[in-house]
Design a protein around this ligand. Structure first.
Ligand SMILES: [Zn+2]
Length: 244
């Protein structure tokens, strides 16, 4: 079998395109989050002109997809003031800020509001930090019971789950250290999104690559994973990792 793979970049009517030529039957084209990066996979028998033509016939579609990503990219800047919308566990809440001379805290007074109490004069950075700490505490509490449930199902053991803010990934997995990183932003998503990312990273302990075996394992353990993936891909933060 010919396993030669050729990778290079071309420019088609102002759009940079990554071309991968390999031993495949069909031409594939993808526009990938988060920036609308265009990548094509072309069979070896396609020459340069054929590749350009195939891209040109799909230009309108490419531009439409890129416009969609550009729109999603604009996550509104937040000031952490009363009246703003903030997300928690997949739901939108209205923020209510109180200034009180006591240790900062966050709580849910009802199912429409997030209450934030900070010391008088706390600036935006401080208010944001208090909310982020609350998100982190939430995820820290959610993860252990999920590990307890999924480790025996998958037959893997995770040494450590850490949480941090990441710009391009919902999660990642250090296979050798059996350490999983989760994006703090997951606190804003529904619990099923958290489950999906965690199980996805745990499946990497069984299969490193996003190949057929990986998808089979996902199908077996979490048959609805594609729905969760699509929910996450609609969010501003997305990464090609989640194309699978
Ligand atoms: Zn992955």
């Amino acid at each position: 079998m010919n396993t030669k793979t050729d990778k290079y970049h071309i420019n088609v009517r102002g759009i940079p395109v990554e071309v991968i030529r390999k031993d495949i039957k069909n031409f594939y084209i993808g526009v990938h989050p988060p920036n609308g990066h265009v990548r094509v996979s072309a069979p070896l028998h396609f020459d340069e002109d054929a590749i350009r033509m195939a891209i040109i016939t799909r230009l309108a579609w490419i531009r439409r997809k890129q416009a969609e990503f550009a729109k999603q990219e604009r996550q509104p800047h937040r000031e952490f003031v009363t009246g703003e919308s903030h997300y928690f566990e997949g739901r939108r809440y209205r923020l209510d800020v109180f200034e009180q001379d006591c240790p900062p805290k966050v709580w849910l007074p009802n199912n429409t509001k997030i209450a934030l109490s900070v010391r008088p004069g706390s600036d935006r950075a401080k208010r944001e930090a208090v909310i982020h700490r609350w998100y982190r505490q939430h995820l820290r509490a959610e993860v252990p019971p999920l590990l307890e449930k999924w480790e025996p199902k998958l037959g893997v053991s995770v040494n450590e789950v850490r949480i941090k803010r990441m710009k391009t990934l919902w999660g990642s997995c250090n296979i050798r250290a059996k350490r999983i990183w989760l994006n703090l932003e997951l606190a804003k998503k529904s619990n099923s999104c958290l489950v999906y990312v965690l199980v996805h990273e745990m499946v990497h302990l069984l299969e490193r690559d996003h190949n057929d075996r990986f998808r089979e394992l996902m199908d077996r353990f979490l048959p609805q994973w594609r729905t969760y993936r699509d929910t996450l891909n609609r969010a501003p933060l997305a990464h090609e990792d989640w194309a699978y």
